[in-house]
Design a protein around this ligand. Structure first.
Ligand SMILES: [Ca+2]
Ligand SMILES: [Ca+2]
Length: 234
């Protein structure tokens, strides 16, 4: 039985009733310390709106990657997102978007347990995080209505990160993160909750700008950690 990383659900939920699609966002610049300030506040507010009793009592499901030494140079994580789905049978894989070619093996998904180049772990008491220089795709088998994550080291090469969210009708909406440009040692939280009953089945995270050589590879390595994935409003 592999070790499964899991963070206890927040004790502050559920918060006030949410009635519309809502985005939660916070930025901190100039530190690689544990989450604090605006990103932490955004995360806590996000958590406060998620009911705890749904989804088998495990909601939100938080992927910390602690205890999952998955290596580097991966096309896909092929990893079960801890607690999602509740059946535990379906994989929730992160995929590196290699569709544009023109990348090195090191641009693919990598897992690391120590800070490097502005990317770092955000899990309390943890060490592991994921990084990539290619767009990242999350396409779980079960549709979801809430998602959130910490991002590290985004935008330091002038690009603007955006998140493309596809609903189960096949409509993709793009959200551009309102972050500072060319700033170092950054931490951001981005998340959304949709309480309207609408569900989503794909997320693609990528910088905007001109890829190197016209492929999908950007100069902007970025890290992600403490990824929330949930279905709370069936
Ligand atoms: Ca972690
Ligand atoms: Ca970067």
């Amino acid at each position: 039985m592999p070790f499964i990383a899991f963070i206890d659900p927040p004790s502050v939920g559920p918060g006030p009733g949410l009635t519309v699609f809502t985005i939660f966002f916070g930025e901190r610049i100039g530190s690689t310390a544990a989450p604090s300030g605006a990103p932490l506040a955004a995360r806590q507010e996000f958590d406060s709106y998620l009911p705890l009793e749904d989804f088998g009592g495990v909601n939100p499901a938080v992927e910390t990657w602690e205890g999952k030494s998955l290596g580097a140079g991966l096309d896909s994580t092929s990893s079960t997102h801890s607690g999602y789905p509740v059946s535990g049978t379906a994989l929730v894989s992160w995929m590196a978007d290699t569709s544009g070619g023109n990348f090195d093996n090191g641009d693919k998904i990598g897992f690391y347990d120590s800070p490097f180049g502005g990317r770092y772990n955000t899990t309390a008491g943890g060490a592991w995080y994921l990084e990539c220089a290619l767009p990242l795709i999350l396409q779980p088998e079960d549709p979801f209505d809430n998602f959130g994550l910490y991002l590290t080291d985004i935008g330091d090469f002038g690009s603007q990160m955006r998140i493309e969210l596809r609903d189960t009708d096949g409509v993709t909406t793009t959200y551009t993160l309102a972050h500072a440009s060319n700033a170092g040692n950054t931490l951001h939280f981005w998340g959304f909750i949709d309480p309207t009953g609408k569900k989503y089945n794909r997320i693609r995270i990528r910088p905007t700008g001109t890829p190197d050589g016209g492929g999908t590879r950007f100069d902007d390595f970025f890290g992600i950690d403490d990824v929330v994935l949930g279905r709370a409003f069936d």
